[in-house]
Design a protein around this ligand. Structure first.
Ligand SMILES: Cc1cc2nc3c(=O)[nH]c(=O)nc-3n(C[C@H](O)[C@H](O)[C@H](O)COP(=O)(O)OP(=O)(O)OC[C@H]3O[C@@H](n4cnc5c(N)ncnc54)[C@H](O)[C@@H]3O)c2cc1C
Length: 503
């Protein structure tokens, strides 16, 4: 065991949306900051997913085995790299709505209130959009929350493939809006992510150190268990101990919970910060189904995501409960999750036996329909020895189905009106399977009551004075829009708290 001879002010474990952003926020303080990242830099050719065969199954799966609730092994779709899952994400960065922070009645139960409100986060959403160069247009989405300013960059134009579809959707009475997207504006790596906007600029400061291939395996506390003292890590396979005044976990919702559970000690027999038995529980990931339309003419298969629809976010004239969000996928050749989406295979085998996957990709316009999953303590991360089990059964299924079928009906109406689609245009749909871990959140929820939550309003563990979690674990409820912008904004908010504390 090597004990690192440096003493850091802050150790951040993980460099994704939460960790990478926090590093950037703290960097200019001059404090000694250590970033520990289990992955490495993702090679540029691998990032440029439009140039490779994304249909190669399991391309973005982590090299480890987890188990589902029935004991079946699977490899999770996640990226361990500098930038974390933002290296493979869709980069649609959207704010949650004001009501998402309040108690909302869903068809399947209650989405609980946050102790943090939209107004508290609004300045940080603004800061996050500036930092991640979000391109968007205010004032078009009817559910848009109030904003203190416009987007920092104008929305991207719709590709000619999608423009007439957007017009058709508007003709049906919906309000399609330009999907807010993070763009780096670099030719070689156009997507904005936590490496580009978080880690790299943080490393420009001499007081920030990054160690890669550094997998944190445990957190050590003081003898009374009231504060975290050090982290144990394997750096290139070699065991290390690193010490700091403040330790921040940002490993993603599943891995941060795993780390806390694996760090059980005499004072924390059920896992660190887990007297409430809430660590690892309430795992959420958004209900997502993909819908594929087949076009008469081929397209590039590489056009960007650019349109969102929230007309059914809070329900419809036939359904009084929230239904969710819809966005186009962009060219199917660019979408990492889509490669695993059941409709692709069912389309080919059932309806289009003469089509290859790539041929299909260049004749497709595809959509994600996304509905909030409600927190359920039975949906959880469980650690027994080295075995990690994910118990997860999606809920709020009827609301999701209604969104899917509402959207199918609308697309059919658009198609009737258009020569864009082949006569055999069809819309099989399918939900993403368990191994797709996109949008995971909620395993260390934030709240004011230590009996029912893990973190306080500053994302500090109720039970340990200097231990924080700034990834998507803190969500008390999910929403129907992707979580990344909220993770980023929250990391900036917690960053302000830490800067004050470190003074
Ligand atoms: C294919 C895909 C598409 C997506 N598209 C969108 C989208 O368009 N919009 C949106 O809002 N969200 C999207 N998401 C979700 C988004 O990427 C996540 O919400 C976001 O990255 C979560 O940030 P995080 O900080 O919680 O975790 P991550 O970004 O996953 O970062 C966790 C980091 O911790 C590291 N790590 C884990 N364990 C350890 C350990 N033990 N020791 C050291 N390091 C560790 C990981 O390597 C990683 O770098 C998508 C996700 C995927 C997978």
């Amino acid at each position: 065991m090597i004990i690192d001879d440096q003493h850091y002010d802050v150790i951040i474990v993980g460099t994704g949306a939460g960790g990478g952003t926090l590093a950037r926020k703290l960097a200019a303080s001059g404090k000694r900051i250590l970033l520990l990242e289990r992955g490495d830099a993702m090679p540029l050719e691998e990032q440029n997913i439009s140039d490779v065969d994304i249909f190669q199954k399991q391309r973005y799966h982590a090299p480890e085995q987890w188990y589902d609730g029935d004991g079946e092994p699977f490899t999770p779709q996640m990226k361990y790299a500098i930038g974390g899952n933002t290296k493979i994400y869709g980069a649609a960065l959207q704010r949650m709505r004001e009501r998402d922070f309040e108690t909302v009645n869903h068809q399947d139960g209650i989405s609980p209130e946050w102790c943090l409100k939209y107004a508290d986060l609004e300045p940080y959403y603004t800061e996050a959009e500036a930092l991640y160069q979000v391109h968007g247009q205010a004032g078009v989405d009817p559910t848009e929350p109030s904003r203190s300013g416009d987007y920092p960059y104008p929305a991207v134009d719709h590709d000619p493939t999608i423009q007439p579809v957007v017009e058709g959707i508007a003709k049906q009475g919906c309000h399609p809006y330009p999907l807010p997207m993070s763009l780096s504006l670099r030719d070689d790596d156009p997507t904005g992510d936590a490496e580009v906007f978080g880690v790299n600029p943080a490393l420009d400061f001499g007081n920030v150190t990054l160690k890669t291939s550094a997998r944190v395996t445990g957190i050590l506390t003081n003898p009374t268990g009231t504060a975290a003292r050090a982290v144990q890590a394997e750096v290139n396979g070699q065991p290390y101990i690193f010490m700091a005044d403040i330790i921040v976990l940002a490993c993603g919702a599943i891995n941060s919970a795993v780390l806390l559970l694996q760090s059980a000690n005499e004072k924390h027999p059920h896992g660190l910060a887990n007297s409430s038995d809430q660590v690892g529980r309430n795992l959420m990931k958004i209900n997502m189904s993909s819908i594929v339309e087949v076009t008469a003419q081929p397209n590039s298969g590489k056009f960007p995501r650019s349109v969102g629809i929230n007309d059914y976010y809070w329900g419809s004239d036939q359904f009084d409960y929230p239904m969710g969000h819809i966005q186009n996928m962009g060219g199917v050749l660019q979408d990492a999750i889509f490669a695993e989406s059941p409709p692709v295979l069912s389309l080919i085998t059932k309806f289009m036996p003469n089509f290859g996957l790539k041929q299909l990709a260049t004749r497709s316009i595809a959509w994600w329909t996304m509905t909030e999953v409600l927190p359920d303590p039975k949906n959880r991360v469980e650690v027994k020895g080295d075995k990690l089990t994910i118990h997860f059964a999606a809920n709020n299924a009827e609301a999701h189905d209604r969104l899917v079928y509402r959207w199918l009906d609308l697309l059919k109406a658009v198609e009737k009106d258009s020569s864009l689609f082949s006569r055999s245009g069809m819309h099989p749909r399918g939900e993403v399977p368990l191994p797709v871990m996109a949008n995971q959140c909620g395993t260390c929820r934030m709240g004011s009551d230590p009996a029912t939550s893990v973190l306080d309003i500053n994302c500090r563990a109720h039970e340990l004075d200097n231990l924080y979690v700034v990834d998507s674990s803190f969500f008390p409820s999910s929403a129907s829009v992707g979580p990344a912008l909220t993770v980023i904004a929250n990391a900036l908010r917690v960053g302000d708290h830490l800067l004050e504390r470190l003074k």
